[in-house]
Design a protein around this ligand. Sequence first.
Ligand SMILES: *Cc1c(COP(=O)(O)O)cnc(C)c1O
Length: 228
Amino acid sequence: MSTIEENLLRVKEKIEAAAKKARRDPSRIKLIAVTKTMAVEKIQKAIQAGATIFGENYIQEASQKIEEIGHAGIQWHFIGHLQTNKAKYAVKLFDVIHSVDSIKVAAELNSRAAAIGKVMNCLIEVNLSQEESKFGISQERTPELASEMNELKNISLQGLMTMPPYFDDPELARPYFIALRKLQKKIVQDGIPLPELSMGMSTDFEVAIEEGATMVRVGRAIFGERSE
Ligand SMILES: *Cc1c(COP(=O)(O)O)cnc(C)c1O
């Protein structure tokens, strides 16, 4: 077994165990293998080992890899910061975009998707920590963006995404995951369906699953440390 295959297996086992602990159905939790900076051959190894969803952060890097690897049997998710001028590439390349954080970006995705006859699956990235350096819309402004995006014909709003500050102790991320779930509940009560919660990374995905994550974005625990 290759290291990637072993790591992938271990992560999947941990996902199952965390789901069981939380009395959740593990089949409702999608593993997104995060491949930023990872070479195509590593991604191929992960595909051979059964990974089916890949997350990339940078349009240009992703574009080259997707051209080489293709879409057969796999999904590509965009999880990086999206600039308006890259929206047209994102729409062409990706199956899901996790990082919509303004109506400007959403409107641009909508018109680019309309132009190629696609309905773009999107999540709203929420900045729960109010850190200046982080991307994402504030918690307070999320319901309004959700309701605006819900009106866009070529956007299918799927859910919310967040990235808590980095903690050595994953328990410290738990309040952020709880906050995202509560925000989801509030928006759903307003009548906007929002099935997905994209939260949890290599160090804290088990805690995120206990708090309701339906998509976990895991890089280093599968592929090892990034060199960049
Ligand atoms: C890099 C990245 C991840 C994966 O982080 P790991 O610590 O490698 O698991 C998840 N989500 C986003 C948005 C990222 O940029």
